[in-house]
Design a protein. Structure first.
Length: 396
């Protein structure tokens, strides 16, 4: 995803400087072009040789000896994105206040592309009013700040200030460089996965949904700058990063969770495969296998989208997903009307190689008039999600 992206890494003198070595390694594995600038103090923590070996390029240090080059301007022109990691309280203060007394802070003065700060320090330093004020100055300037983790710090104390996982930083770089910020400022609610409807304490009815498509929709909405909440049935997928999420079990719980959030939602993406029917009665004890036949009576669950139709505001956009095995387009058109949808994403789950449990999908997108506005051919679900959200957010 980051192939040929030019990433400039600025390393300042914090204890987490050694963790940036593996960040550079991951970037190189993704085929990004990487250059590293280090402050004088950063070199007390890690040797430049680690960075130059991995990035296959000499590290830029404070040095006025290079005749014919102006490194701060050359690097500012070169970079697609500038990541300051770890960002000490000192470098944050200098960047926020226009000080350029070394190469790293001078590049910041000269650079007008996206800059990501990874503050990492002792919690007292992080919580200090001056540090917080400097971070909000940087935010007002349009810089991106990745919040530090809470946990055990180098001093042995537990608090806020820990350098986050490199995966979080990589995601932030991908999000800024690869994805258009089409959903910035929007509240996006995504549902994913199957529901379970209990027959007795140990048995339930469910379906084949793996949750993958919904998780990819949520991840993509987050990458596009959305403020995302994911409501998920039980899946085997790892917890999503960068968003709030809630786990539910039954269709009823899914309905209640969506109902609670809908008021403040701008974009609803209903990817979950919610049960249409549930056992009319849940047996309190495990059913014994005495009988040759047993009859299970099912009753309809609430249709979440139909119920929400009554409270939907004109400014809200609702996207439904339809997994069909026959009469695809006709069934999807019927759902658009019955559920008051703005868009429906239709996939043919009778094809084994796409749809449920698969990593790939092929979908057709219909608008509220039932017109087919896109056919997205078979590809990875994350790429399908990106195309769907780009089309929808560009149409409004
Ligand atoms: C052992 C040690 C660890 C340090 N760790 C941090 C740190 O994690 N975060 C931070 O903001 N400052 C830390 N400092 C303080 C900075 O190194 C100091 O403020 C320095 O002036 C930063 O210089 P620079 O921002 O130019 O790299 C540490 C200092 C020492 C001696």
């Amino acid at each position: 995803m980051l192939r040929r992206v030019k990433v400039l890494i600025g390393v300042s003198g914090g204890i987490a400087a050694y963790k940036v070595v593996s960040l550079v390694s991951s970037l190189v594995q993704e085929e990004a072009e990487v250059r590293v600038v280090m402050t004088k103090n950063a070199r007390e923590f890690v040797a430049p040789l680690s960075f130059s070996t991995l990035s296959k390029h000499a590290v830029f240090l404070d040095d006025f000896s290079n005749v014919g080059t102006i490194p701060h301007l050359d690097l500012a022109r070169w970079a697609d994105v500038f990541v300051i990691a770890p960002a000490t309280a000192n470098i944050i203060g200098k960047c926020a206040n226009g000080i350029g007394d070394d190469l790293l802070s001078t590049i910041f003065l000269a650079y007008d592309g996206p800059t990501i700060f990874i503050p990492s320090m002792n919690s007292k330093m992080y919580e200090r009013a001056t540090t917080q004020k400097n971070l909000s100055i940087l935010e007002d300037m349009g810089c991106f700040i990745v919040e530090p983790d809470i946990g055990r710090l180098a001093s042995g104390e537990v608090g806020v200030g820990r350098y986050p996982d490199n995966e979080v930083i990589l995601n932030e770089i991908r999000r800024i460089v690869v994805y258009k910020p089409l959903l910035r400022g929007k509240r996006v609610l995504v549902t994913a996965g199957p529901t379970r409807e209990f027959i007795d304490p140990v048995r339930f009815i469910t379906n084949r949904s793996s949750g993958k498509m919904g998780y990819e929709m949520a991840r993509t909405a987050y990458m596009m700058g959305g403020n995302v909440k994911l409501i998920t049935g039980i899946t085997h997928l790892p917890a999503p990063r960068g968003m709030e999420w809630k786990r539910v079990v039954t269709a009823e719980e899914m309905f209640n969770a969506v109902r609670e959030e809908i008021e403040k939602t701008n974009l609803l993406i209903m990817t979950a495969a919610v049960a249409d029917y549930r056992p009319k009665e849940i047996q309190k004890q495990k059913i014994k296998k005495d009988e040759e036949h047993i009859i299970l009576t099912l009753e309809k669950t609430k249709d979440i989208l139909k119920e929400l139709k009554a409270v939907k505001k004109d400014s809200q956009i609702f996207i439904g997903f339809a997994a069909e095995t026959e009469e695809h387009i006709e069934n999807a058109r019927k759902k658009i009307v019955e559920k008051g949808l703005d868009y429906i994403v239709l996939n043919d789950v009778s094809k084994e190689e796409i749809g449920f449990e698969s990593d790939e999908n092929e979908v057709v997108l219909l608008d509220k008039r039932g017109e087919m506005i896109a056919h997205i051919p078979r590809k990875q679900k994350i790429r399908v999600a990106k195309e769907i959200l780009e089309i929808i957010s560009e149409r409004g």
